[in-house]
Design a protein. Structure first.
Lengths: 232, 576
């Protein structure tokens, strides 16, 4: 039986919608709120028509939240991989949250559970930043860095360059991960916000694997992407 | 023993149209088409849901007597009023009489004055009116104020006032949204810049590079970028969702006030908005400001004035031409305006002037001094607009700086809930504020306000408290001294004492601070002319002081009147 990473996400979206409808932010400075954010839901112009998603959900209060992150891809020939995180998020500085919890990576024929600690927030110059430290039972440590910037051409037309880098301390052949710098992903997307909550976009994304990871999975691809971003 | 309450429509507001066209709203009767004025000693106010259409989309408002704005209440100074308020809503409600001096249990703040008015219940307010002037009332429950629960109060004076006029109108300004207030609040928490549709673009940056070169343009941006703040962040909630109303009428319909050529007309301006500051002018007419927050001030002639949320100003104008004058109230961020006409014929419309350019915050608004902005620690210099002759004027307020009273230390927290500290907050009473500086018009400032009557006998303060207005804009959290209401102990005032309250605004937003039950006697440069106010705006990065004679026992609310700041930026004042 094939498990799909996107199904629990869709299921959670539905649940969160119901929860949101039942919440009221009355005269209370810190009501229980939630947010569903699909940063990217896109199709690549490659042979497999790879579909990718990258989103998050949180529910909680100003300073304390439960967060769920999920990103992954899924191709026309049925291959799928995903990374999922379930975290407690605590605001520690005006612009920064610390997060701790568990992560679950799934590749075509293997999976890994990780313990996780992350720092997430807005760096000076408005860089939306996230640094994730992972550790698993095999003694492997991982570091995943993520940064994104928004450049407004107009109030609605917005360019978003992004950069992601993954590092590990050990090789993990089952997961096709090599030690050291494992992969880089750089993208530029341009979106049009019809409303704040919804925007279609086009862009390009370059992905490259390095070192042992490249031997497991030789990737050095530049693709056009088409997608939508939405939140509520 | 009570005079009968009577109802009459103001002719000038006959054009208020609430076309309740939606079929879904048919089960609720249509709103009355005229604005009510109720006067007398006994009033019956019915709070309920009313269908309205202010934007082209049908919506449901919470109203008093099916009116938006609610009926204007006319009281007589020295008389006792009885107000029966019946709640037809599904939720608890309340009415607070804003700026009225009365016993604490009549103040209408759920949780402090009373328990609120439960659905189906009637609460009777009963108190003696001890003042005169222009005030207003509004719900103090949930976000009901945003959805229409407000109205004007006009109190006729016992003695003849020291000015004359031929006619008067109440001009009540407000901001309406078809979005639910809880939705607005949620969106601000999720994405605090949600309603800001004038953020900086790449084009703005290139324009600046063109005019002052890359280095200078970049260094101007540097501080803001490092602080993760935007100099275009003027209002939290804007015309993106708001339709601005004058006496419940959107600009497209124009509220009309009639005049005869040469008449002197008293306009009683009330800002009943949830979140909007307005800049008001009547192009072609000079306005003589005669009262602020209901209290007489030395008359001052201006072309324009800014009215903070919950403030009131009375002005006298004298139109001499047979034409329709625009009563133009643009929102502080220029994202929209309320518009009315001062017109010789109700058929004559006024033409709205162009809105001013969108304002941009400066270092002054961040509470930085001149020295800091030019070559000091923070290098971000060229071409920033400063209030005129800053140095000289800060000398003028040196006396206020020099006041020393025993300071009562209050708990203070600087943590995740505060994102900014004004490094050098100044008394900026003569600063008309962002967007109004050096605009070529005579703009009212707090420094222009002088009590009409001497306050030379005013008591010296026994002590002073310093309240920092704090927040985290990105997370949309607001507090006082870094501590939100839910986590704060009440402020203890002692009956009979005189307290100097000094605010320091450690945020980039205006905060109109409202103390219930007692007057805020504002220092505007002359201690013999302290200005009696109920709501005092603290400008971004600024400092301001006022004196309170603690003459009312009980539990009182003390808070920022920005509706979505209020829940956190709030204190209970307990007078023992």
């Amino acid at each position: 039986m094939k498990t799909s990473g996107i199904k629990p996400l869709i299921w959670s979206l539905g649940l969160l919608t119901i929860v949101q409808l039942s919440l009221h932010a009355d005269m209370n400075d810190d009501p229980l709120l939630s947010m569903v954010k699909m940063d990217r839901l896109e199709i690549l112009d490659d042979r497999e028509n790879t579909q990718k998603w990258d989103g998050s959900i949180w529910i909680g209060y100003d300073l304390n939240k439960i967060s769920l992150y999920s990103e992954g891809e899924h191709t026309s020939d049925g291959l799928e991989s995903s990374r999922n995180e379930l975290l407690y998020t605590r605001a520690i500085f005006p612009y920064w949250d610390i997060q701790a919890g568990i992560a679950y990576d799934k590749s075509t024929n293997a999976s890994r559970k990780w313990g996780e600690v992350a720092l997430s927030g807005l760096a000076p110059y408005y860089f939306e930043t996230r640094a994730v430290v992972l550790f698993n039972a095999e003694g492997n440590w991982g570091l995943r860095l993520d940064a994104e910037y928004e450049l407004l051409l107009t109030q609605k037309l917005i360019i978003t360059p992004s950069l992601e880098a993954d590092f590990y301390t050990k090789d993990d052949p089952k997961m096709h991960l090599g030690s050291g710098l494992s992969s880089l992903e750089a993208g530029v997307r341009i979106r049009y916000e019809f409303i704040r909550e919804f925007a279609p976009y086009i862009g390009v994304e370059w992905e490259k694997t390095f070192g042992q990871t490249y031997r497991f999975d030789p990737i050095n691809d530049l693709h056009a992407v088409f997608g939508i971003t939405f939140w509520f | 023993m009570h005079r009968r309450t009577f109802i009459k429509g103001i002719a000038a507001t006959s054009l208020i149209t609430f076309s309740a066209t939606s079929s879904s709203a048919k089960n609720v009767p249509e709103t009355d088409k005229t604005q009510q004025v109720l006067s007398g000693n006994e009033f019956f106010l019915e709070i309920g849901y009313t269908p309205v259409n202010l934007t082209g989309e049908p919506s449901i408002a919470t109203t008093v007597n099916r009116q938006l704005a609610g009926p204007t209440l006319v009281w007589q100074e020295g008389e006792v009023v009885t107000l029966h308020v019946t709640n037809h809503l599904k939720k608890s409600t309340s009415i607070h009489w804003h700026g009225i001096i009365l016993p604490t249990h009549m103040d209408g703040v759920p949780g402090l004055s009373f328990e609120g008015i439960a659905p189906g219940e009637t609460f009777t307010y009963h108190f003696k009116v001890q003042q005169h002037g222009t005030y207003w009332y509004h719900s103090h429950s949930d976000f009901q104020e945003q959805t229409g629960l407000y109205g004007a109060i006009v109190i006729k004076p016992k003695k003849k006032e020291p000015f004359s006029y031929d006619r008067e109108y109440t001009i009540l300004l407000s901001d309406w949204s078809d979005e639910k207030p809880s939705t607005i609040f949620k969106k601000l928490k999720q994405e605090s810049h949600y309603y800001n549709v004038s953020r900086r673009t790449l084009g703005d940056f290139f324009d600046e590079v063109k005019t002052k070169g890359f280095g200078s343009a970049f260094s101007d941006r540097k501080m803001w970028n490092e602080m993760r703040m935007s100099d275009r962040d003027i209002s939290d909630v804007t015309g993106y969702t708001y339709t601005y109303l004058m006496n419940g009428t959107p600009a497209s319909n124009q509220f009309r006030a009639q005049f005869k050529k040469g008449e002197r007309i008293r306009l009683r301006f009330i800002n009943a908005s949830a979140m909007t500051f307005f800049d008001i002018r009547i192009p072609g007419l000079e306005m003589k400001v005669i009262a602020a927050d209901g209290n007489h001030v030395k008359p001052v002639n201006v072309d324009e004035f800014r009215i903070g949320v919950a403030e009131t100003y009375d002005v006298i104008v004298q139109p001499r031409s047979q034409k329709a004058y625009a009563i133009f109230a643009q929102s502080i961020d220029r994202s929209g305006y309320a518009l009315g006409a001062l017109t010789p014929h109700t058929s004559m419309d006024a033409k709205a002037p162009q809105m001013d350019p969108r304002p941009v915050l400066t270092h002054v608004d961040m509470g930085m001094s001149m020295d800091m902005s030019s070559g000091g620690g923070m290098k971000c210099s060229s071409g920033m607009m400063m209030p005129n002759k800053n140095k000289m004027k800060s000398m003028k307020f040196a006396k206020m700086e020099a006041h020393h009273f025993p300071i009562t230390k209050l708990p203070m927290k600087r943590g995740v809930e505060t994102d900014m500290v004004a490094p050098s907050p100044q008394y900026r009473l003569d600063d008309p504020g962002v967007g109004l500086r050096n605009n070529g018009r005579r703009v009212l400032t707090y420094a222009d306000l002088k009590n009409r009557y001497s306050t030379a006998n005013f008591r010296k303060p026994d002590r002073e408290i310093i309240l920092h207005l704090t927040g985290n804009m990105e997370r949309f959290m607001w507090s006082i001294n870094g501590i939100k209401y839910a986590d704060a102990k009440p402020l203890i005032f002692h009956y009979g004492e005189c307290i100097r309250v000094t605010f320091i605004n450690d945020t980039m937003m205006n905060h109109p601070m409202h103390l219930h039950g007692m007057w805020s006697n504002l220092e505007t440069g002359d201690d013999n002319r302290l200005v009696r106010k109920h709501t005092v705006n603290v400008q971004p990065g600024a400092k301001i002081s006022y004196r309170v004679i603690v003459d009312a026992r009980g539990r009182w609310a003390f808070h920022c009147h920005m509706l979505y700041h209020m829940a956190g930026m709030f204190r209970e004042v307990r007078v023992l």
